[in-house]
Design a protein around this ligand. Structure first.
Ligand code: AMP
Length: 301
């Protein structure tokens, strides 16, 4: 079972209270792909510039990520610079250079078009639309977005929301998208925009899942130290969809388990800068923390 992701493959420059990193491998598709690769094979659709080093491509290849859909274009790779506050749930985008991403039209390789599990990662909604239009056999279509696109491409984003099954989004972005401050009201408003489920990521406070008929809440795995929250959301989505593709269980119970797997993978992602922790991670470590998560939240036995 293979998962397709479209999103950014980026150079990230990050400052957190624990330190900083310059032009390390990042981007929504990168975090998602590495996170999902523990559970399933993954194909990336995206674009990088000529400055993108072979060494970074090799990192994906070592995790078995299929890069046929990753175009290399004349120009510079997408670059994001972010700075986190003492409260790590708050960050400022200091620089955002779309570079080769502006005007990029994704063209799916033939072998990608039958993808069943698809994640439209954080990227221009018109590119998310373009990818959707090329798919033939989707079983599960999930999507993420960010303040930048909510504010700048709302019309195109609303077309995407009308066609997807699940939206995975931050709490602050859910508020921005819906215009509601209360998170339950925000989720209800977003459900009316199209998706059947909304998963709201709340950083260190965990995840809420809403559908018309149910709400599920899980905490984040408690950590003594968080080095770099970048990519936690995409790692969550990668673990979540990866587990769904592995189990093929879309029941309420299957979805809840997948949410916990996503939370487990995200908890590892933040333990070091950039992708370093995920690249050193193993499936047994994930399974072990999943079991701890069960103990952590058990109040019924
Ligand atoms: P997350 O921390 O999960 O929200 O994702 C952070 C990643 O998103 C970083 O690796 C950035 O390269 C990438 N990113 C930042 N801004 C954007 C944007 N406007 N569109 C797409 N990706 C972005």
């Amino acid at each position: 079972m293979s998962i397709l992701v479209v999103g950014t493959v980026a150079f990230d420059s990050i400052e957190t209270p624990s330190g900083s990193a310059e032009r390390v491998l990042g981007g929504s598709a990168s975090y998602f792909a590495v996170a999902a690769s523990f559970f399933s094979s993954v194909r990336i659709v995206g674009v990088v510039g000529q400055d993108f080093p072979q060494e970074y491509l090799d990192l994906f290849a070592r995790r078995g990520v299929d890069l046929e859909g990753l175009a290399k274009k004349q120009g510079a790779t997408f670059h994001w610079r972010g700075r986190y506050h003492e409260d790590l749930n708050v960050r400022d985008t200091m620089e955002l250079h779309l570079n080769v991403l502006s005007g990029f039209v994704p063209n799916l390789p033939e072998s990608y078009k039958d993808a069943e599990y698809v994640f439209l990662g954080n990227i221009d909604p018109s590119m998310q639309m373009e990818v959707m239009s090329q798919l033939r056999e989707v079983r599960l279509l999930a999507c993420d977005t960010m303040d930048h696109w909510i504010q700048g491409s709302r019309h195109e984003l609303s077309r995407v929301l009308g066609r997807i099954e699940m939206l995975v989004i931050n709490d602050s972005e859910a508020r921005l998208l819906s215009g509601d401050h209360n998170i339950v009201k925000a989720a209800r408003t977003i459900l009316k925009m199209g998706p059947k489920r909304v998963l709201i990521k709340r950083g260190e406070y965990g995840v809420l899942q809403f559908s018309d008929s149910s709400i599920f809440a899980t905490p984040a795995y408690p950590l003594e130290e968080v080095f770099d929250p970048t990519g936690a959301g995409d790692s969550f989505a990668g673990g979540f969809l990866g587990q769904l593709a592995r189990s093929r269980d879309h029941s309420e119970r299957g979805l809840r388990r997948a949410i916990v797997y996503g939370s487990v993978v995200a908890s590892f992602a933040v333990e070091d800068f950039g992708l370093q922790r995920l690249l050193a991670l193993s499936l047994p470590e994930i399974e072990e923390r999943y079991r701890r998560f069960l103990q952590l939240t058990d109040f019924h036995t």
